[in-house]
Design a protein around this ligand. Structure first.
Ligand code: ASP
Length: 473
């Protein structure tokens, strides 16, 4: 029995609970239907608590303990070993370069597509139009107060503003080439781990051709990787309970019925854009790239999309993304390369959301942006989304970079948008974050499936041979 199958069998069955092919296990049904039920029940309980002055804190803490922390516990080791295993198995530098180049082109193209869609929709539908100037000024003052009194966001937004777009990019480059991989891991910065893992993986592939001992290291890393995936499957079993707690917390905080006027329209435009991108544009890109049934693939990816929805974090979802992607039909090799990098770099949902939000805020203050500023929005929202970490509200923070760039490009400095305007959309950010994070993760999954032909998995026979060969060596 090959090593991986043995580990799967040890974990309690050769079939994966998320697998949709063949007969569904009780775990499969529990995760799928339990999550749907948790969502409905969570909304109902949350709305009741909201109406009766209940507190969200206990629910948020429970969701954090049950789902988010266990996922975060495995995410950094998983990024490290999955990228090393992926790069080592791809082997040849030219194939690696091809996959890397194609991934970056895919990330950029789909993000620019998402931004352009967002900027077009918000310009056509004009959700911020018609607000009386004095009402806008009052609401802006409220928003500024809400933002400056938010202890977690205010300092991040201020440092983002001070850093600017070029500073943010320098910061990203510094993370990709880290000075200390252990510090990157301890600080939860996946880009640094990916940079380190790319180097080690490429070096290990070369060493495997020369030194038999290196093959032991490669097989050990593959073994740790498989073991971590078993742990991920255990954690996914908790998804319905964790989802229930997190949804109750979100709805208790925000309520469902309080969105009206321009903010409700703004939410509608973001949601419409995300739906068009997720259900039409990305499947179209996949179809044009040779994926036969993109919606069936989407259905098979539902565990990852659901986890992204409830956690609002691409990074926390990554363990589930890696597992689901392969179960849904992408190759392990493409998945191990495209998804970890995509979780921090490829953010279609965030890019679209930032474009809509910035244009909306200008509209709200009575400023219609021209074509030149819209182009600035599309470019900087793409760059800002690349710079956003895969954590909740990261897009809200990097939005300051887009606002700063548009302000600089305005002919009349008096029209510049104050950063406090972000406070206007603060209250509804979590709900939109849930949606955009699902789209971010969906973009990574489409990328892995689309690029699978560039990095197909070896047929099982070959893999066994390689393992046996390595063991014999
Ligand atoms: N929460 C998003 C993610 O993790 C990032 C964002 O805030 O837009 O993908």
């Amino acid at each position: 029995m090959p090593g991986c199958d043995r580990i799967r069998a040890l974990a309690g069955g050769a079939r994966d609970p998320l697998s949709v092919a063949g007969h569904a296990t009780w775990r499969d049904r529990w995760v799928s239907w339990g999550s749907v039920a948790a969502l409905g029940a969570g909304v109902a309980v949350g709305q009741w608590l909201h109406g009766n002055g209940g507190s969200a804190d206990g629910w948020a803490a429970a969701g954090d303990l049950i789902l988010i922390r266990p996922l975060m516990l495995v995410v950094m080791p998983l990024v490290l070993v999955s990228v090393i295993a992926g790069v080592t198995s791809i082997g040849s530098p030219s194939r690696l370069g091809l996959l890397g180049g194609a991934s970056l082109i895919f990330y950029l193209a789909t993000m620019i597509l998402a931004c352009t869609l967002g900027a077009s929709l918000v310009t056509i539908l004009d959700p911020g139009a018609g607000v009386a100037p004095d009402v806008a000024r009052d609401l802006l003052a409220d928003g500024t107060t809400a933002l400056s009194s938010n202890p977690s966001l205010a300092p991040r937004i201020q440092s983002g503003e001070a850093e600017g777009l070029s500073g943010a990019w320098l910061n990203i480059l510094r993370q990709v080439v880290p000075g200390n991989p252990f510090a990157e891991m301890a600080n939860g910065r996946p880009l640094g781990i990916i940079g380190f893992a790319l180097l080690v993986g490429a070096a290990l592939a070369v060493a495997c051709d020369r030194v038999p001992a290196a093959r032991i290291a490669r097989d050990t890393i593959n073994g740790i990787y498989e073991a971590l995936l078993v742990a991920v499957r255990w954690i996914i079993t908790l998804l319905p309970i964790g989802a229930f707690c997190l949804v109750v917390a979100t709805v208790t905080r925000t309520g469902l019925t309080e969105f009206s006027g321009p903010i409700a329209k703004y939410m509608g435009v973001v949601a419409l854009g995300l739906l068009i991108h997720a259900f039409i544009l990305l499947p179209l890109v996949a179809r044009l790239g040779g994926v036969a049934h993109p919606w069936a693939f989407m259905h098979r990816c539902r565990a990852a999309l659901g986890t992204a929805f409830v956690t609002s974090s691409s990074s926390a979802t990554l363990p589930v993304t890696l597992e689901t992607s392969v179960e849904a039909g992408a190759s392990r090799r493409a998945t191990n390369f495209v998804c970890p990098l995509g979780a921090t770099v490829n953010m279609d949902g965030t890019a679209l959301y930032e474009a809509v939000a910035v244009v909306f805020l200008f509209q709200f203050m009575g400023i219609e942006l021209g074509m030149q500023e819209l182009v600035v929005v599309v470019i900087t929202a793409t760059l800002a989304a690349i710079g956003a970490a895969g954590i909740p509200s990261a897009g809200l923070v990097t939005m300051v970079l887009v606002i700063g760039a548009v302000n600089t490009s305005l002919a009349d400095p008096a029209k510049a948008l104050p950063l406090g305007a972000i406070g206007l959309i603060l209250g509804v950010d979590r709900i939109l974050d849930m949606l955009r994070t699902s789209v971010n993760v969906w973009g990574d999954l489409v990328g892995a499936r689309l690029l699978t032909p560039l990095a197909p998995d070896e047929p099982p026979g070959d893999a066994n041979q390689a393992t046996t060969g390595a063991a014999a060596a």
